[in-house]
Design a protein around this ligand. Structure first.
Ligand code: TRP
Length: 324
């Protein structure tokens, strides 16, 4: 049997190049080798989201992007976390074997508590327990995540070990599968590309919009005039170029150092490369967008298939914990 992959992502809406290059392309590739389950974690989102009015639309736009990028609902399961409510039951059960001290020392908890001191909710402390429930409900073994999620995964492994030692072997220890892709910087050239920082490039943008957006990128700040030689080593356009065309990236770097190309021209070239790479994606997305019902059906079917596995696991867990 093929190993099972599980990954979750918050419903952030339209995906950006950082999501695409860092996670989404990897999700698509993993389908060739694994049984994949991809989950849009709307319950996790409630730990930080205060305005809930966008959640449904974000789920829809994100699913469109995932499907257009190549997530194949025939081979994989794509579903929304809250559509399989068994995860909340398992979360409660796992919380009984998770020492509070483990949760209070998770670095992301401390960060979030600092970021939203007015809303240090109970769910925020339990975030990694819910994430563990996501994973073990499907007995997933390989978890594609970014480096920022490693402390959560380590905790999941500790909870699994503790559960297995208390109640007998039940869950495999999930392993992180780090993507080889380095973090994609945002248009500010300083921070990780992210929607909340508004330094992102959505992959669903039209080619014209992409050109406009790329033009707002910060390049080498020391290069003021077209005649100044630039330093590609600190230029984000240079880095982004490498994700799409490494030969041209090197050629433009040489020209930049000799002031043979200006930043605006280089940005136009990069935007063209992005548009070329995303053309098939745009075509599929436009076709899918004509049929919103299909997107809803994919998620409903995914939830149904996930629930079959979830129910089975939950019965096993309840028996072991003396509840059945
Ligand atoms: N915490 C993850 C993130 O913010 C999302 C997530 C929730 C997840 N459940 C998961 C990732 C299970 C992997 C496996 O990116």
């Amino acid at each position: 049997m093929r190993k099972r992959v599980f990954s979750g992502a918050r419903p952030t809406g339209r995906q950006h190049l950082g999501n695409y290059l860092g996670a989404l392309q990897n999700y698509v590739k993993l389908q060739d080798e694994y049984d994949c389950i991809y989950c849009i974690v709307d319950i996790h989102a409630l730990t930080t989201v205060e305005d809930v009015s966008n959640i449904q639309n974000n789920i829809y736009e994100m699913t469109l992007d995932w499907l257009a990028a190549g997530i194949d609902p025939k081979r994989s399961i794509t579903f929304v976390q809250s559509h399989v409510p068994e995860v909340m039951e398992l979360h409660t059960l796992l919380s009984m074997v998770t020492p509070l001290s483990w949760l209070l020392r998770v670095p992301t908890f401390k960060e979030k508590a600092k970021l939203q001191p007015h809303n240090v909710n109970y769910g925020l402390v339990g975030y990694p327990v819910l994430m563990t429930a996501d994973i073990v409900l499907y007995k997933a073994e390989a978890i594609p995540v970014g480096e920022d999620q490693l402390p959560h995964l380590e905790l999941a492994r500790e909870i699994v070990r503790r559960f297995n030692s208390l109640f007998g072997p039940t869950f495999p220890e999930p392993e992180a599968k780090l993507t080889s892709f380095p973090m994609v910087l945002g248009l500010d050239g300083k921070q990780k590309m992210s929607k909340s920082l508004d330094n992102h490039i959505e992959i669903a943008l039209s080619p014209e919009e992409t050109v406009k957006r790329v033009r707002t990128a910060v390049t080498d700040p020391a290069r003021q005039y077209r005649t100044d030689p630039g330093n590609p080593g600190i230029c984000n356009i240079h880095f982004l170029h490498g994700y799409f065309n490494q030969t041209e990236q090197q050629r433009y770097a040489m020209m930049c150092r000799k002031a043979e190309v200006g930043c605006v021209e280089h940005k136009n070239v990069l935007a063209d490369e992005i548009n070329k790479a995303l053309a098939p994606f745009h075509e599929r997305r436009a076709a899918l967008a004509t049929n919103p019902q299909y997107v809803k059906d994919v998620l409903a079917d995914g939830a149904q298939r996930a629930q079959v596995v979830a129910r089975e696991t939950l019965v096993e867990v309840k028996k072991k914990m003396g509840l059945l």
